[in-house]
Design a protein around this ligand. Sequence first.
Ligand code: TRH
Length: 404
Amino acid sequence: MNLAMPPPRSLVLFCKVVDNFGDIGICWRLARQLHQEHGIAVTLWVDDLASFRRLCPAVQPGADVQQVDGVTVQHWRDQDGIFLPVQIADIVIEFFGCELPPGYVAAMAQCEPRPVWLNLEGLSAEKWVEGCHTLPSPHPRLPLTKHFFFPGFTAHTGGLLHEAGLQQQRRQFQGDPQISRNFLATLGVTPAEMAALKISLFCYPHAPVTALFEVWQQHGAAITCLVPEGVAVDAVEAFLGEPARPGAVRTRGALTLRVLPFVAQPDYDKVLWACDFNIVRGEDSFVRAQWAGRAFLWHIYPQDENLHHVKLRAFLQRYASASDSLTAAALLWNDAAREEAPGAQDWSMLWPRLFADLPAIAQAATHWQQKMQLHGDLTANLLKFAIAVRSAAEENKVQSAVAR
Ligand code: TRH
C-alpha cells in the first residue's frame, strides 16, 4: 500500500538547561544539523539564553524570538496558554524528559496526523539502553504516544551526533600544522607553548586537578595545559597565583598553564583537534573528544549514589580495552579507583604510563570513531525513526478504517 505520507517538514525541540552547557550544547548541535543537512524548519525552545550565548555568541539574550543560523530560537519562560494545532510541528522533541507546556500537548492531541513525539535521552554505554531505545509510552489521558530515543554506542541505539563534514574538516585541520598554529595564536597561545605537549582541560570542580598539575610540573618535557575560563577555578588560581581570566598564564617546572576564553562551539572542536590529549566532561565535549581522534580522559557528570561510576565502567569496557593505563586514569580521575584498588594508584605512578601509551590510545581512538560511524549519525537516525513512526501510525489508521 502506498501511504504517500509527506515527509516531516517541521520540528520543535524543547530544552531546559539543568546546569552548565551540555543540555543546550547538544540541543543546539541537533537543531543546526536538522536544519542545515535535512532542510527541516526547526524551532528551539530554550529557557536559558545566557548559557546558550556562551557557546553561540550570535544569540541575543533579551530576545523572545530570534533566528540563529536558520533556526528559530524561542525563549522558554514557562509560558503556557492555548496553542493551535496549526502551530504544532510534525516532530516534537523533549530533551531529557523536560515537561512540555500542557497547552502544547493538548494541541498535539488535536492534530491530524498526530506529531511524532520523542523524548531524547542522555548518553550511556550501559547495556539496558538498547532495550529501551525507541520504546513507546502512551499518554495516560490523551491519544498520543511518546517514544524514547537514546543516543548510544551500538547499532541498537540512536548513535552519536556527528555532522556530515566533520571528519573532512578535522583531517584538513590536523593535516596542516600551520592551520592549527594559526588557530591557537588567535587564542593567545605562543609558539613555545604550541611546541610542547598540548593538553586541554575541561572538567568539573571536584576533579583532582592539583595532583595532576604537580605531576605535570615534574614531567621530562614541556607541557602546555589550556583551560577554558571558569573551569577548575580554585586549582587554576592556586597555580597561577592570580585570577583565572582569559590570557592568564604561568609556568612552574615543566608545566605552563594558560587560561583560554570560553570559545564558540565550533572553535571548541578546534581546541580538541589541536591538542595531543583532551580532558573532557559531561556528554557533548565527551563525544566531540571521540571525534577528535586524540587520546582523551573523561570526567563524567556526577550522580547520586555513585551511579555515574557504573556508567563510566560501562563506557570503559567498550572503549578502553586497548590501554590499562587509560582505564586506571579514568577511574582515578573520577574517584572510582578506591572501590576496587584502594591506594593502588596515584598520578606520579600513572601519568608516566599514560603518557607512554598516548600514541597507542590515539590510534585506538581512530578505530573507535570508524566503528561509531558505522551506526550512522544520531540526527539522521532520529529522522528515520520519526518517519517510520509517522508511516506506521498512518498505516494503522488506514487498516482500522478498512476493518470498519
Ligand atoms: O557543560 P557540561 O558539564 O554539561 C552537561 C550538563 O551539566 C548537563 O546538565 C548534563 O546532563 C550533562 O553535562 C551530562 O559538559 P558538556 O556536555 O561537555 O557540554 C559542554 C558544552 O560546551 C559543549 O557543547 C561544548 C561547549 N563548549 C564551548 O562551546 N566552548 C568552550 O570553550 C567549552 C569549554 C565548551
